[in-house]
Design a protein around this ligand. Structure first.
Ligand code: COA
Length: 564
């Protein structure tokens, strides 16, 4: 079928729907909803049999939905309507929620229902839920709706609030008055619910040291206690704030924009507070300690049945210079452990999206900070590439992009959850790219495919990535099922007789590769390009980075998306 995806942004869910439909042989176009006239023009040119809106925050013009079938993905169960569905679900502590595909009509979210899928609400932030349970349910619902539409016989169900299975309702925008935290009254569970309902957008508006900030993220703390509302400690850029019955960690803050002032964006909390932060103690935790505690840490390390697991989780998958260095230190420590299989990756969300563009943007000298950041990333990748006494597995339960994909490719094996979307390219940020990708990517997929992937700059679904050889496996199931399979297979690897042989072959191959062209040569040549990208006048990177960090919407649908 010719299917046109219309979306407010080519975001994770839209990318996922795009890859899933293409894998099933549909011809899929993408148009960003940037104005009714440009949408009309694209629809006329594309002549879709079906229009699908995986993530749309504006209405489709009536002349389009009367002339074409338009199906909208709504992140709520049957009958739920309004712009803040997930926010309300998390805020009210719903344990089960749904995604519904409905036809566009004049009234928002009130059209006939083509498919609906339930999902269990995990205890996490809204965006994480969106990229995991919501995305999985949405893809199931979209595929069902597309099949039903293609059958030509399916009659969508009109929205009827008298039906017993229609439990949702119309709800208003979830604004800051409902989100506000009362630090002198709200218990930890309430604070976490409010933070999670607002994470990652818009954050909870709050006051710290006499200034207003949007607070992003929220994790419980098991030990630190103090006067409710007081900032008790810092850890790796996050701050810990006391509640009436405990404390929570707040990793990121965004200043409130002053009228007429420059746009603001999320930063590690201590960086955002700067000199306003009084002297509070740093409360360090080692990755091994963190694995056994209910506290916030970006790094956790544990061993089970002869396998080491180094878990990392960075908000938005972005890795600053400091975060890369901390992960490298944890990796080096893991390398000293008596295990021969090492698994790297976060529990559920983004694996990595490369260097931290927000921290770079905030730096006094962004070109210099870009340089430090890419070198810190390269040091980490190099450490993985040169580990010859262990088999390293990158386990991707969530998406990865740019240098984050190349970080995964440094491992011996890359195992992906089937739902993962990879963006193995740098071009959209105006970068040549580093992280030794000129060594690892062609080695995996061949030079021609590496050239195509980096030039086309399109997302690749996990199954397609496995077919290309970009990754080794695409494993089905949700994040929990993925990890139980990863654990089982990693333990089997650790127990096999062949492991010793594999490690010998690995060592020989690395030595042969090094003799042919040393890693330092790949690094030097990539970094020569990157230095130009970062610093030379006329390079697009500074402006593309600024637009990304400030969330500037493009004026038109980017050209690489209009090719089908
Ligand atoms: N630096 C800083 N923040 C980043 C980031 C990065 N490299 N990559 C993602 N983020 C942030 C986003 O700003 C967003 O923040 P928000 O939650 O406050 O809105 C969040 O992480 C999730 O990203 P988003 O873009 O909303 O997710 P998506 O699934 O729609 O798109 C990407 C994912 C990876 C395609 C997109 O984020 C991207 O292009 N990132 C930049 C990749 C890159 O060029 N890295 C640098 C070169 S190595």
């Amino acid at each position: 079928m010719r299917i046109l995806l219309v979306a407010s942004a080519f975001n994770s869910l839209t990318q996922r729907v795009y890859t899933e439909l293409r894998e099933r042989g549909h011809r899929v176009g993408v148009e960003l909803a940037l104005g009714d006239d440009s949408l009309r023009g694209r629809v006329a040119e594309f002549e879709p049999e079906l229009i699908l809106a995986p993530m749309l925050t504006t209405a489709i013009p009536e002349d389009i939905w009367t002339a074409y079938p338009v199906l909208i993905v709504h992140p709520g169960p049957k009958g739920d309507r309004g712009p803040s569905s997930l926010d309300w679900a998390i805020h009210e502590g719903a344990w089960s929620w749904g995604v519904t595909v409905l036809q566009a009509v004049a009234e928002m979210d009130a059209g006939p229902i083509w498919a609906t899928e339930p999902f269990a609400v995990a205890a996490c932030g809204k965006s994480e839920l969106y990229r995991n349970e919501v995305a999985d349910a949405a893809v199931r619902a979209v595929l069902t709706a597309v099949r039903r539409y293609a059958s030509g016989t399916f009659e969508p169900e009109p929205l009827d609030y008298t039906r017993p299975d229609v439990r949702g309702r119309l709800r208003p925008y979830h604004d800051q008055t409902q989100r506000r935290i009362d630090w002198t009254a709200d218990d930890t569970a309430t604070v976490l619910r409010k933070l999670r309902a607002a994470d990652s957008q818009p954050g909870v508006l709050d006051e710290l040291f006499g200034r207003e900030y949007f607070v992003h993220g929220g994790h419980p703390e098991d030990r630190l206690r103090g006067v409710p509302g007081a900032v008790l400690a810092t850890r790796d850029g996050a701050i810990c704030r006391a509640t009436v019955d405990g404390a929570v960690w707040l990793p990121q803050l965004r200043s409130r924009r002053t009228p007429g002032g420059p746009p603001t964006y999320k930063l590690p909390a201590t960086l955002a507070l700067g000199s306003d932060l009084p002297a509070v103690p740093e409360a360090p935790v080692t990755p091994t300690e963190a694995a056994g505690r209910d506290t916030w840490s970006e790094l956790r390390y544990r061993e089970e049945n002869e396998v080491g697991y180094l878990e990392f989780a960075f908000p938005g998958g972005a890795m600053s210079t400091a975060q890369c260095r901390r992960l490298l230190a944890a990796y080096r420590h893991a390398c000293t452990r008596p295990v021969e299989v090492l698994v790297l990756g976060p529990g559920r969300d983004f694996f990595s999206n490369g260097i931290h563009l927000n921290v770079i943007e905030a730096a006094a000298d962004p070109a210099a900070e870009s340089w430090h950041n890419i070198n810190a990333m390269n040091d980490l990748v190099e450490a993985i590439l040169t580990t010859t006494d262990k088999l390293v597995v990158a386990a991707l339960a969530g998406n990865a992009a740019a240098g984050g994909v190349m970080l995964a490719l440094a491992a011996d094996e890359v195992w992906c959850r089937e739902s993962v979307v990879l963006n193995p390219h740098y071009r959209l940020m105006g970068l040549h790219g580093s992280e030794y990708w000129t060594y690892t990517l062609p080695r995996r997929v061949g030079a021609a495919e590496a050239e195509r992937l980096t030039r086309e700059a399109l997302p690749v679904g996990a199954r397609a990535a496995a077919q290309l050889g970009l990754v080794d496996r695409a494993l089905p199931g949700d994040a929990e099922q993925f990890w139980s399979r990863v654990r089982r297979d990693a333990e089997n690897l650790a127990a096999t007789m062949e492991l010793a042989d594999r490690l010998i072959i690995k060592k020989q191959r690395r030595a042969a590769d090094e003799a042919e062209r040393p890693l330092s040569a790949y690094r030097a040549s990539e970094l020569a390009h990157m230095r130009r990208n970062f610093s030379e006048p006329g390079e697009p990177y500074p402006e593309l980075r600024r637009d990304f960090v400030h969330k500037v919407r493009p004026a038109t649908t980017p050209q690489h998306l209009t090719v089908i």
